[in-house]
Ligand binder design. Structure first.
Ligand SMILES: Nc1ncnc2c1ncn2[C@@H]1O[C@H](COP(=O)(O)OP(=O)(O)O)[C@@H](O)[C@H]1O
Ligand SMILES: [Mg+2]
Length: 440
């Protein structure tokens, strides 16, 4: 009897020990997954908000300005940012692991005689400081324009070296040719787009030319800058106003807030159907417009915060890091080794594995519209973004949802037996038609 009572008394103790043990195991498994499993990290990243740090962002501006003041970099943004203070810090905008993205006020520099909100941007660098980064860019540039440079590098003062505007023009043209395919070396219009109107005035003496050339190269090497400048007449990306070394300043075009499909009803920011349908129509117009451009471009990182809306409701793509020109995407895909088709994806741009050769083919098997349908209009099960067209009004729900699914999923097989997911202009116009019907 005594034993029995004791046993009963002991039961809760054993249970709570068990609980602690189970909780401990769950906790360690969670931490293990967090650290080791990539896809789990991706999911976790969607939910863990790691805001940027204003001090960290200010420090980048301080580094840029000290390099400008010591004559190491230049560009038309340097004076207004570092001396006349026409460009002033407001706050940082991104997450810690991404680029440096800083909101700023821009007085009489971005737009004459008015103050506008603007955004300073720079890729994250692997070097310990901006100074180290700019020095490595300088060396790279000298190697590119002078293949014999290796032999004299040790003995020379880099500041005495010059890079002519012609050399810079040739290496820029080569870079653009590899991305856009057919650009001829003397196509000055396109080159002017990249380097701005004051370019030739920067090439007066050897020192200015080297300092300017490496500032220019440090910014041109950033895909977002290059692609935005190359297409600056197409109203696809925010306008870039100026740069100072690797830091550039663009229009502020606020983005679409992420729409969390998991708890749309609980989220106070989940917009009304009319609002969402209107945004979707604007995004479709944007996709249509970009499909009609003379150089095809691929949006390989599609998510709602990357679509910006201007004050007059035009769409701009605000994160162009993974916007890739056709030629560049083909050669990147073609250089990937694979054992299955999934190995051939470059973020949202999907490819096709030639299983016999063990290399990806050069074809993208989906398109921009397919990614928009799958990642913006429809919600993924676990995603912080997407679901813009979820829960449509009853009278349109069946056919609209069926069309969004078709747009995201439908597969056709081409002549070479490759499965393609490529919704076309007819799907796009029908989506527009249904959205209009949903609004009436
Ligand atoms: N031109 C811009 N105008 C307004 N907000 C911007 C602009 N560029 C970026 N942002 C904001 O900063 C965030 C991070 O910028 P992004 O270019 O996406 O950097 P990352 O490469 O780190 O993803 C964007 O999601 C957006 O909210
Ligand atoms: Mg981004």
């Amino acid at each position: 009897m005594f034993q029995m009572t004791q046993l009963i008394r002991n039961v809760p103790t054993i249970t709570s020990k068990k609980k602690v043990f189970v909780l401990g195991v769950v906790f360690f498994v969670f931490i293990y997954l967090l650290i080791h499993v990539k896809s789990f990290q991706k999911i976790a990243n969607n939910f863990i908000i790691r805001p940027c740090d204003n001090e960290h962002s200010r420090n980048i501006i301080t580094q840029i300005c000290s390099l400008y003041k010591s004559g190491e970099i230049n560009g038309t943004l340097c004076e207004p940012l570092c001396n006349t203070y026409q460009v002033t810090f407001t706050k940082c905008l991104n997450y810690r692991s991404g680029k440096f993205v800083i909101q700023a006020e821009c007085n009489d520099m971005c737009v004459p005689r008015v103050t506008v909100s603007a955004v300073l941007k720079m890729s994250r660098i692997k070097e310990a400081s901006v100074k180290d980064y700019i020095e490595s860019i300088g060396l790279e540039l000298l190697r590119l324009v002078n293949s014999n440079i290796q032999t004299i590098l040790g003995q020379m003062n880099l500041h005495n070296y010059s890079v002519s505007s012609e050399s810079l023009s040739v290496i820029t043209a080569d870079l653009l040719k590899s991305e856009y395919g057919f650009l001829s070396r003397d196509n000055q219009n396109v080159l002017n787009n990249l380097w701005g109107n004051d370019y030739y005035t920067r090439f007066t003496g050897t020192v200015t030319s080297f300092i300017y050339a490496r500032s220019y190269w440090s910014v041109v090497k950033q895909n977002e800058f290059r692609v935005s400048q190359f297409f600056n007449n197409w109203d696809v990306f925010p306008k870039i106003y100026a740069f100072c070394g690797p830091l550039y300043i663009t229009e502020n075009i606020p983005s679409l807030k992420s729409i969390d499909k998991l708890i749309p009803i609980l989220s106070s920011e989940f917009p009304s159907w009319n609002k969402r349908a209107t945004l979707a129509k604007q995004i479709l117009n944007f996709v249509k417009r970009t499909d009609e451009m003379e150089h095809p471009i691929h949006f390989c990182d599609i998510k709602s915060p990357h679509f910006g809306f201007t004050y007059d409701d035009n769409v701009r793509f605000i994160d162009a890091d993974l916007v890739i020109a056709d030629e560049a995407l083909s050669s990147s895909l073609g250089s990937l080794k694979c054992v299955k088709h999934e190995d051939c994806a470059i973020y949202d741009c999907q490819g096709w594995c030639d299983l016999k050769a063990g290399y990806c083919t050069k074809i993208r098997t989906n398109n921009n519209l397919q990614s928009v349908c799958a990642k913006i209009f429809r919600s993924e099960i676990i995603s912080a973004y997407g679901g813009l067209l979820s829960s449509p009004p009853k009278h349109i729900a069946d056919k609209l949802t069926a069309l969004v699914n078709k747009c995201a999923d439908e597969v056709t097989t081409n002549d070479q037996g490759v499965s393609m997911q490529r919704p076309d202009i007819q799907v796009l116009t029908t989506l527009q038609k249904y959205l209009n019907e949903s609004l009436s």
